[in-house]
Write a protein that binds this ligand. Sequence first.
Ligand SMILES: NC(=O)c1ccc[n+]([C@@H]2O[C@H](COP(=O)([O-])OP(=O)(O)OC[C@H]3O[C@@H](n4cnc5c(N)ncnc54)[C@H](O)[C@@H]3O)[C@@H](O)[C@H]2O)c1
Ligand SMILES: O=P(O)(O)OC[C@@H](O)[C@@H](O)[C@H](O)[C@H](O)CO
Length: 435
Amino acid sequence: MHLGLGAFFRAHQAWYTAHADDAAEWGIAAFTGRSRALADTLTAQDGLYTLAELAPGADHVETVESVVAAHAGTDHEALLRYAADAAVTVMTTTVTEAGYVRGASGIDHEDSRVAADVATLRADPRAPVQTAPARIVAFLLARRAAGGGGLTIVPCDNLPSNGDVLRDVVEDLTSLVDPSLQAWADEHLSYVTTMVDRITPASTDDDVARARAAGFDDAAPVATEPFAEWVLAGEFRGPHPAWETAGATFTDDVVPYEERKLFLLNGAHSLLAYAGSARGHETVAEAFADPLVRSRVEAWWDEACRHLTLPAGDLAAYRVALTARFANTSIRHLLAQIAKDGTQKLPVRILPTLRRERTEGRMPDGAVAALAAWIASVRAGGPALDDPLAERLRPLVGMPADAGSRDLLALLDPALAQDAELVRAVVHAQVLVPR
Ligand SMILES: NC(=O)c1ccc[n+]([C@@H]2O[C@H](COP(=O)([O-])OP(=O)(O)OC[C@H]3O[C@@H](n4cnc5c(N)ncnc54)[C@H](O)[C@@H]3O)[C@@H](O)[C@H]2O)c1
Ligand SMILES: O=P(O)(O)OC[C@@H](O)[C@@H](O)[C@H](O)[C@H](O)CO
């Protein structure tokens, strides 16, 4: 089972499943968030699609066969049918950072969709719900009712400790809907934490044309990079595909890998997204080729590396690999796609390093540049407004740099706005972000 059928799932978890030694024994039933389009297109081609690994002079196209059913997220009856099926033992998720509807702890109790889902499930546990956590609770209620067995949930979104995050959200929602489910969950359910990595832009018409030129009539192709990494930690409550035979790593502690990837790759991505678009660039490769932006990325990498725990040689090798990955002009990764949902991404990508640097008495230029570029984007009404907190961001469009910076830093973390030296540095760095 997969929730969040999109480009990344098809380039990553579906690809690992297709390449596992026991691939013939597994098939994935995947659900979109809500829209029908991709589910219908994939159903019309029996779940098959082409995956193009792109690198200058070294493209590789293959057909991926691990998706055996594609459903719209609204097909709630199908979700409940899988819940009752004992052969379903694993559920992966890629519902975006915002899709977990996190509050300060557990689920966001202020979110009206959460309130509506709670009321719906209390009245009828089989009625359709809208948020991803509520779909999972509905799935678990149906599984318990059917006497279904063990299940492992494997979140694959770019969130630190994503297994714990999803557990907290689902358990909190469970307590609001039907607290008696928790005892069943304690016995039958586990959450695995993962670090996932493969740069996969949203699919475009160019990808369809490329597939056709390679001899594939595919209305839903995916383009990705050759690099792929998957590190998983946690206990499984049942069988899972032999992903390790396709290159995945099972470990006791995913945190060092997670931080390396979130800070060095995703943190740099956010910096590129806001600073690069302010400089008129459209893609990661274009922004990374700009010496001014590149210098900020290098500064950010130096700062972040000071707080990572993997051996220095490993970090140096990752930076070298990232340099080639960001410079891959065969991948058109749009900065506007990465710039979405900044209020959800910056706190996990940039703030941990910023706080540690400030505690040690330094003003980190790279982290400051990332925040300044995000703030400049909000104030200019730029791509940063594409955000679940847009209603709180919009009043700050056109605000002067000092007041706007304080308010936006406070929105990320009130303590940041109390750091007068940091606020000054962020205001100053915005002057340096050329339009
Ligand atoms: N694209 C990448 O390079 C990449 C790499 C590593 C991790 N990821 C993770 O995977 C996620 C999905 O990336 P993608 O490129 O497949 O995006 P996508 O837009 O192609 O697909 C996302 C899926 O999530 C669903 N979705 C979106 N918002 C939702 C919400 N609020 N609630 C429930 N479902 C929702 C969508 O309907 C869709 O099915 C990212 O947010 C990220 O956390 C992506
Ligand atoms: O997918 P998002 O929106 O969480 O973030 C955008 C990119 O930073 C991200 O997709 C990276 O490309 C990916 O995490 C690489 O593995």
